[in-house]
Design a protein around this ligand. Structure first.
Ligand code: ZN
Length: 268
């Protein structure tokens, strides 16, 4: 028996355990369709936010809801009543609500991934029930704040000596700075704001909450913000690659691969 949308396809944890070569704490998250890996913080720190993005509830929450439906049907049968289709549908609906409520409660108390969660939680139900919205590699970076941002490369990935923005000189290149403030991306940002209507968002500062509300309201707006993230973060990655191969670059910035890179990221 399965609880249908909005829980979507159960994650790998819900089924029979498969042998996996994935090491504990490996810092990556698969993204729909692209097959690419998004650089993320260590797994323990970003799992709740990542799960909320992919619409996959934690397995223990989904399992509890499925067990509840099972026992309701079992009790009914033992009392001599075979549940009708309508009764089963009603229990499944209750199960979906229970999953969302429990999931929302857990995310509200999550310590990590607040950049993402603070934007998604106000529209959590709409987010999990959205009819469109493939998460591309670069949109995921924007939504998680894990990617080619100076603050991330400095504090988490340990690839930069400082969090300075290489494109405008700002001393702290946070996701907020890159997406909403950095003057290097003004032209593309203006286009995106016009296409999404966010150019008339009011007097407050642009933020991720406005982004999320916008992409949920219209599929074309989702696409406009996705294209913006793709251009900006793709351009930043290109610049990062150029810095990596610069023979005069600090050692921490030089390109490393495989075990050598993982060991470096884990170093205290
Ligand atoms: Zn900047």
């Amino acid at each position: 028996m399965a609880v249908s949308a909005p829980t979507t396809v159960p994650g790998p944890e819900t089924g029979k355990k498969k042998k996996s070569k994935k090491k504990k704490g490996k810092a990556s998250e698969k993204v729909e369709n692209t097959g690419e890996s998004v650089p993320t913080a260590p797994a323990h720190s970003s799992v709740p936010a990542a799960k909320s993005q992919t619409n996959t509830p934690p397995w223990h929450i989904e399992a509890a809801a499925l067990a509840d439906i099972y026992w309701k049907r079992d009790r009914s049968r033992k009392s001599g009543h075979e549940p009708t289709y309508e009764e089963m549908e009603s229990w499944r609906t209750e199960g979906r609500e229970a999953i969302l409520n429990r999931w929302r409660e857990e995310l509200a108390g999550a310590r990590y991934g607040r950049w993402t969660l603070d934007a998604i939680m106000p529209v959590f139900k709409e987010w999990t029930e959205r009819r469109w919205g493939t998460l591309s590699y670069h949109l995921t970076q924007g939504l998680t704040g894990h990617g080619c941002f100076g603050s991330y490369l400095h504090k988490i990935a340990r690839r930069e000596p400082t969090p300075t923005c290489h494109h405008c000189g700002c001393v702290n290149d946070t996701p907020q700075h890159t997406l909403f403030d950095c003057p290097a991306w003004n032209d593309h940002r203006d286009t995106m704001l016009r296409l999404t209507g966010l150019d008339n968002h009011g007097s407050g500062a642009l933020n991720l909450t406005l982004f999320v509300r916008s992409i949920l309201s219209d599929e074309a707006k989702w696409q406009a913000i996705q294209v913006f993230c793709q251009f900006v973060l793709g351009s930043k990655e290109e610049a990062e690659r150029a810095r990596e191969i610069d023979p005069g670059a600090p050692q921490m910035r030089r390109r490393r691969t495989g075990r050598r890179r993982r060991d470096f990221v884990r170093a205290p």
